[in-house]
Design a protein around this ligand. Structure first.
Ligand SMILES: C[S@@+](CC[C@H](N)C(=O)[O-])C[C@H]1O[C@@H](n2cnc3c(N)ncnc32)[C@H](O)[C@@H]1O
Length: 211
């Protein structure tokens, strides 16, 4: 081995632990910041946002499966987005989120920044009926939480953009908001295996696309 190569090897061996511990410290600081934000604001959400417990269910699904390309329909002021983005910060992914209402969209941007998660979110203002058809994907995680009468159409538009092994989640499926036609369509879909998490008061439908 040439002296030049020995120097490169030694430098890398010395630098590796420093870089690793820097990255670890950065992750720990971000986790602490997000946790603080979520706890401090637990009772502040007023715009049809998911409760803390439902946010955690979504976060855990992403982390458990290592998903990296998320889509959320219905940002509101960003509570669920923050949970999804926090999970994406752990998997090395990003979430696109869609919102029609400009006031809520702007507030979401502020909340996401305050939580320290702007790097993991691509927030778009517009009508999801159109945007969902236009965004190419593919995605490995979807959270559908906007207009309930469009749930079925969102699902149909995204079926082919969801990767095999990916997961399509839908909020409010056990509180009478999602219609029976949509629920039957998803439950009987041959390409999906569907369960409902009823620990969530609203009910979260979890549909895995078969591999
Ligand atoms: C139940 S809230 C979303 C709550 C959010 N996921 C959270 O937990 O923080 C539904 C949101 O979807 C938005 N929305 C409804 N129809 C929409 C559409 N066609 N395109 C985009 N957003 C829409 C509403 O403005 C509302 O803010």
């Amino acid at each position: 081995m040439k002296p030049k190569h020995i120097i490169i090897l030694l430098t890398s061996a010395l630098l590796f632990p420093v870089l690793t511990s820097n990255a670890q410290a950065k992750n720990e600081a971000l986790n602490a910041k997000v946790e603080r934000f979520l706890n401090d604001h637990k009772r502040d959400w007023r715009d049809m946002n998911v409760p803390y417990e439902d946010g955690k269910i979504l976060h855990d699904l992403i982390v458990k499966n290592g998903y990296t390309s998320g889509l959320e329909i219905g940002t509101s002021t960003g509570h669920s987005t923050i949970w999804l983005a926090w999970a994406m910060s752990k998997t090395g992914g990003k979430v696109i989120t869609l919102e029609l209402n400009e006031r809520r969209y702007k507030e979401a941007l502020k909340n996401i920044a305050e939580a320290g998660l702007s790097d993991y979110v691509d927030a778009r203002l517009g009508n999801a009926h159109k945007l969902v058809k236009e965004i190419p994907g593919p995605f490995d995680f979807v959270f559908s939480d906007a207009d309930k009468d469009w749930y079925k159409q969102y699902f149909i538009d995204l079926e082919s953009k969801l990767k095999a092994g990916g997961c399509f989640t839908t909020h409010n499926v056990a509180d009478g908001q999602a219609n029976a036609d949509f629920l039957n369509y998803v439950k009987s879909h041959p390409q999906f295996t569907t369960t409902i998490d009823r620990t969530s008061r609203a009910g979260i439908m979890i549909s895995y696309k078969k591999k």
